[in-house]
Design a protein around this ligand. Sequence first.
Ligand code: NAP
Ligand code: ZN
Ligand code: ZN
Length: 346
Amino acid sequence: MEVHGRAALGPSTPLTPFVFSRRELRDHDVKFDVTFCGVCHSDIHQIDEDWGPGIFPMVPGHEIVGVVSAVGPACSKFAVGDRIGVGTFVDSCRKCEFCRRGDQQYCQESDTPTYNAFERDGVTPTYGGYCDQFVVDEEFAVRIPDSLDLAGVAPLLCAGITVYSPLRHWGVTTGTKVGVIGLGGLGHLAVKFAAAMGASTTVFSHSANKRDDAFRLGAREFVNTSVPNASGDESSSFDLIINTVSAPLNLTSYLDRLRLDGTLVLVGLPSRPYEVGAGELVAKRRSIAGSMAGGMRELQEMIDFCTRHAITSDVEVIDANEIADAFERTRASDVRYRFVIDATTF
Ligand code: NAP
Ligand code: ZN
Ligand code: ZN
């Protein structure tokens, strides 16, 4: 099977056209024509080796949607013509307690990332969604209802689930006071979800020109953090603050804003560690936590939630030859609010 896509041939190199093959269908595999793939900031981090050595050639992309074109003989979940999506992982051990409960992203033996990794055989590289065809075991794909726009669904597969999962885990509901740091791909979906859950949401952004969008997306307050001593609600009143920023950040002022037992959840993954003082945590029994994407059970739950609330990502659809420009604009925080590649242009 000849697959056409884009790959980085080495660290921090521009993507170039890349032709490769995918496996023949196994019993439980589905093959699908990719229609759209989102551009996640994690794609840029990994090409730039921000988190460690990468595996090259690297075909990035883990926000993949498409239409099933063939199924393996034992596939029971999907049929040709179904709309499906694949997120940040394509396999896991399937046996440990976390896999069994649908939290494959926390697999005891580690999940199999969608790209920049090896299959469970340890030698076959995984290639992501910046391409025109994909093959995956049916257990690792979700069904997408006809009512949702496919381009707008793609970013839900990583950006969406990465913020949906902590909002759920920390019990956000009517009246919860939520802060979202960074209005990018993850951040803008966090604002939409939190609003739909009934929370009162504040956006902390260093881009003053995102103010109107923050309110349109459902925020009640906007704090421009690029001005010294940014105001907003300074009292210790937040139940939950989600940090989606891709760069290092001073966390102190955000910890100060948490109420008793409040939690600062880190989902952004900068290359350098944060500095944290014990005082801010001790004072009000606050917590700092992290959260990674979401498993298959929660992915389907999020798609159902989005269907009920008619939520998709705000997207700018681009051609394959515009990826370099999209990377630059993402690096510059100039994304409104997710670039999505039209896979027919590969
Ligand atoms: P993105 O679209 O680029 O959004 C990041 C936002 O952070 C920017 O739009 C900007 O918002 C803010 N920001 C960027 N640089 C900043 C700086 N120097 N100072 C202050 N604010 C800054 O990125 P994304 O795709 O949403 O991803 C965000 C982070 O989450 C990345 O590190 C990514 O790797 C990580 N991630 C983690 C997971 C996980 O499982 N935990 C999953 C997906 C992504 P404002 O303009 O509003 O300030
Ligand atoms: Zn991602
Ligand atoms: Zn497992």
